[in-house]
Design a protein around this ligand. Sequence first.
Ligand code: PEP
Ligand code: MG
Length: 363
Amino acid sequence: EPKLSGDFAKLMKWADEYRTLAIRTNADSPADSKRAREFGAEGIGLCRTEHMFFDAERITHMRTMILAQDEKDRRAALKKLLPFQRKDFEGIFKAMNGLPVTVRLLDPPLHEFLPHETASQKIVAKELGVSAAEVAKRGEALHESNPMLGHRGCRLSVTYPEILEMQVRAIVEAAINCAGKKIKAMPEIMIPLVGTANELELLRKKVEATIEETKAAKKFDGKLDISIGTMIEIPRAALTANEIAAHADFFSFGTNDLTQMTFGYSRDDVNTFLPDYLQQEILNVDPFQSLDTSGVGQLVEMGVEKGRSVKKGLKVGICGEHGGDPASIDFCHKAGLDYVSCSPFRVPIARLAAAQAALNAKK
Ligand code: PEP
Ligand code: MG
């Protein structure tokens, strides 16, 4: 296990005396959470729950859920996923005991989980009591030409609220289990890809109702510290951040999607024409790496300003790749963010960059 020690640890401690930005990490397993904590992470800024569904047994339930045609069958498959999710969250809350953990509800287009080989189509067919051909047909019907602009993020929770309910239930049950073991879970439930205030208003109500239902079902009357917020990763969300803030306890800038949608450059094809293209004196930075001069930063500043104009002191962070880039961290400090979140191995460099940013601001 990598640990900070000796002069390196001392240098980090000095950096911590100067920085005002908190440093969190992007992690979705207890092992990554623990590693990041050892590097000095002060919480999880992004737990991508989609990574939790690829294990053999889980993927079958996930596929069954997606390919089911009515809510009853979807709920039956989700019920089987619930114990896995609860265990995932309990492990992460334990690793981050006493620190905030931002859990993002399922984000990717559902078809990313679909079975393509006949063997796995047969397994799902058996679960659903239909033919393998029917499973293949239902899978094809989910195909989208531009899935990253399609049925993903909060749009999934609007269409299939039962997915949100399963995840929120798992978070709350995990937090209750932790409380019984004297572990302090501090979940922050994050809703992705919000573009209009109405989406967040609707889904927040569902999250709140599910929290209350779960507490009642578990006969838990203690206090749970759960906040509900959103990602700002669609340009429209930054432009209307004042409306969105009314329903959010926190914002987290998803600058990967925000860059993609602001420039119209596909984030999944950055290695095709883009590097050469940008070198034609088109842009002197890689916008997916650097926030400060790409123009996307202006949307971040606008989002912070509009959000805090209706909610003073609104907690704001960043969890896109830029959160681990020193120049972007300097920018985030100036924009008044509360924290940056980056991959575990970038946590030390982020601590240093945040200290440098604070010193630069004093100049
Ligand atoms: C983002 O869009 O910046 C983000 C953090 O989410 P993801 O990369 O998972 O889309
Ligand atoms: Mg995103």
